[in-house]
Design a protein around this ligand. Structure first.
Ligand SMILES: *Cc1c(COP(=O)(O)O)cnc(C)c1O
Length: 430
């Protein structure tokens, strides 16, 4: 498969080069030159296929022969080596739990796949590749775990100082070895702006920088896997599927829409956001007007200028009317988010994390607006234990820390604090 830059359709490259470069040299995000359709037989037989087989069928046209079949199958198998349960909550409402991977958030899938692809691509190369990544909380941990101790790869993670949860911070700062954490005095959007600038900085060419944000195709595309796995579980219900995705940078939902374009029968998407409501406002006013980022309890979605929205527009040939048929977007306050966490805990004994909770609010709102009969699924993007601060206060309970996280909570934090881009450059050139 070839990929073109969204800034210039003439600028075309391979999957391998797109994964290594992260972003095109003209700052454009890469986009596949065609969207393959899976045939009817695939969907008719999906209940008989293993999750590894489903994922392999989905991703192989996007990789082509740039990774040998056997190795790609192995990458997929390792990436998906945990569970993706679909849990019923209320009548016609389900949650797809995406938090059973190593860092307890959905980003383990994209980061796990991407790191294994890059490992394969840099094998035997002389120069080191540096992964430079901005995180609003969960990307950094997933990338750190994905690339930990991988030969030939350095990882530099930028995160907004004081704006990630304590477990998230531990996951970023305690591993050491080839993983370096940098605290930025600013917001996630500031971190992301620095990363974008660094990629275009000629003086940093010697660092061979690449990104591991969802702008990287190798991280973005595998996020399609679990939409197919969810369909496998719910297709027998024979009702239209409406999927609500708690959204920040819009990579996850964009992967879901791409899956739909490949033929996956999802009837409608909901992009549920917190107070950072650039996209819900875009739907009402047709103007894309990011504001200053607002801090919320669903911090991994504190993004006001979502990078992947241009890909979503591309998927609909920039036709806002067509887009509106398949996608709705709503913004929710922290108060409403805490309200549904409490309600679900008391009613169903189910503990939502603040991001999944925003997803659930999306289903509720869509139900109220359309009054139609459908199966609603929202993505549970992180384990509630990653956000104990607000949940424990609200519900007066203690969330037990899963066994796998106990060691990390003991680990010592190591990080560098920076104020501006020049300081980042000094760190990278050291
Ligand atoms: C990153 C993240 C999101 C937002 O995903 P995008 O792909 O950036 O829209 C939602 N929830 C959690 C828990 C996350 O870590």
């Amino acid at each position: 498969m070839k990929y073109y830059s969204l800034n210039n359709p003439q600028l075309v490259t391979s999957f391998k080069e797109a994964a290594i470069q992260g972003i095109a040299e003209d700052k454009g995000l890469y986009f596949p030159i065609e969207i393959p359709r899976l045939d009817k037989a695939f969907f008719d037989n999906i209940h008989q296929l293993s999750k590894d087989e489903i994922a392999y069928q989905v991703i192989s046209p996007f990789v082509g022969n740039e990774i040998a079949e056997e190795e790609l199958r192995e990458i997929v198998r390792e990436t998906l080596a945990f569970d993706f349960p679909v849990e019923p909550l209320d009548k016609d409402v389900y949650t797809l739990e995406l938090f059973h991977g190593p860092t307890l958030a959905f980003k383990d899938v994209g980061a796990g796949f991407m790191s294994r692809c890059l490992r394969s691509f840099v094998r035997g190369k002389k120069e080191k590749v540096t992964i430079l990544v901005a995180t609003s909380g969960d990307t950094g941990g997933a990338v750190a775990y994905g690339f930990y101790d991988v030969e030939g790869i350095e990882v530099v993670i930028l995160y907004p100082k004081g704006k990630v949860s304590s477990i998230q911070e531990k996951q970023l700062t305690t591993l050491g070895k080839n993983i370096k954490a940098i605290e930025v005095e600013g917001s996630f959007d500031d971190c992301q702006a620095m990363v974008k600038r660094a990629f275009l900085d000629k003086e940093l060419q010697e660092c061979h920088l690449t990104s591991a944000n969802s702008i990287n195709v190798a991280r973005w595309l595998p996020q399609m896997f679990y939409y197919f796995l969810m369909y496998k579980e719910l297709q027998h219900l024979n009702k239209p599927l409406v999927v609500s995705v708690p959204s920040g940078n819009f990579g996850n939902i964009c992967a879901g829409i791409l899956a739909q374009k490949m033929g996956l029968p999802i009837s409608h998407f909901i992009a549920a956001t917190n107070a950072n409501d650039t996209i819900p406002r875009f739907f009402s006013s047709k103007a894309y007007a990011p504001k200053q980022t607002i801090e919320t309890i669903s911090n991994a979605m504190d993004v006001s200028d979502p990078s992947n929205f241009v890909r979503i527009l591309e998927l609909f040939a920039k036709n806002a009317e067509e887009l509106g048929k398949d996608l709705s977007s709503y913004s929710f306050t922290d108060e409403a988010t805490l309200g549904i966490i409490e309600e679900q805990y008391l009613k169903n004994g189910y503990l939502l994390d603040p991001h999944g909770a925003v997803g659930y609010l999306g289903i509720k709102k869509y139900t109220e607006e359309t009054n139609s009969d459908f199966t609603g699924v929202f993505l549970g993007t992180a384990h509630p234990v990653k956000f104990p601060e607000c949940i424990e206060k609200l519900l007066q309970i203690e969330i037990p820390i899963p066994e796998g996280l106990k060691d990390i909570m003991q680990g010592e934090k190591r990080s560098t604090v920076i104020n501006d881009y020049e300081e980042l450059k000094r760190v990278l050139l050291k």
